[in-house]
Design a protein around this ligand. Structure first.
Ligand SMILES: [Fe+2]
Length: 264
């Protein structure tokens, strides 16, 4: 079976699997809903980027299947540990890949396609692209990582806009909201590198990590959407403007975006 034929049943499985985690606790339910909504938006974003690249229908479906399943480990992670912090629990991508295999939902798919989806899920949250991977797996992984980041930017910028009124400590990874940017975070970003999760010490660090994802974007369409939605500016709005480290990190990221968005 090809991905186009399998996609509807994968969507049905996703629905029933994730509904199995439903809870009467409104906080728990909110966090699960957040991840379900995120999944649908990632599917949308991956289709948008795929269309911009003139992908075949089959490749679009393959990409969408990876989007659909990429965060499947989040539900079990949250059930077991009540956190979305991999650092404080376990790697949700590896957990997701194990869940997909145990459920056997890709069994009917051509082995090459099933392997691409599994690898994309397993690698989607790595700090950097796995250089040992080859095409076409790398291509689908890049698509997934771009689409995933686009939607996380949507979620966090909406959240920061309203956080004055209502906090969600799970989204903030339980990091302290103190007026500080850690040195390793600042240094990584000024070299155009991604921030390591282990270096996150404050909520500001986490916001800057999200600005730094700009260095891990792969496709012109993604840069254009970031520009259009003003994601970098919106994260900056949630940071202390008087902090020199913030200003410098933002200016460097902004220049990178402008170089790439204008080239599209
Ligand atoms: Fe994820």
């Amino acid at each position: 079976m090809n991905a186009q034929a399998l996609l509807p049943s994968l969507k049905a499985w996703f629905q029933s699997y994730t509904h199995g985690f439903s809870s009467d606790d409104p906080i728990v339910q909110e966090n699960l809903d957040l991840k379900r909504e995120h999944t649908w938006r990632v599917c949308e974003a991956i289709r948008d980027i795929g269309w911009s690249l003139d992908l075949s229908k089959e490749d679009l479906c393959l990409a969408e299947a990876s989007g659909l399943l990429h965060d499947i480990g989040r539900f079990e992670q949250y059930r077991r540990y009540r956190t979305f912090s991999d650092y404080k629990s376990e790697n949700h991508a590896a957990l997701g890949a194990r869940i997909i295999q145990a459920a056997g939902i890709l069994a009917g798919l051509e082995p090459v396609a099933a392997d691409i989806i599994l690898r994309a899920v397993a690698y989607h949250n790595r700090a950097d692209l796995p250089l040992e991977e080859k095409e076409p797996c790398l291509f689908f992984l890049k698509l997934l990582r771009d689409a995933d980041k686009l939607d996380i930017w949507r979620v966090v910028t909406e959240y920061y806009r309203n956080a004055r009124f209502r906090r969600n400590r799970t989204i903030e990874l339980d990091l302290p909201d103190v007026d500080r940017v850690s040195k390793p975070v600042y240094e990584a970003l000024m070299q155009g590198r991604l921030v390591q999760t282990a270096d996150l010490k404050t909520l500001n660090d986490f916001k800057l990590l999200q600005i730094g994802w700009i260095y891990d974007i792969n496709f012109p369409m993604t840069f254009n959407i970031i520009e259009e939605k003003k994601y970098l500016e919106r994260i900056l709005d949630a940071l202390p403007r008087q902090c020199p480290r913030v200003t410098e990190v933002y200016a460097r990221a902004r220049a990178h975006l402008e170089r790439n968005a204008s080239a599209a």
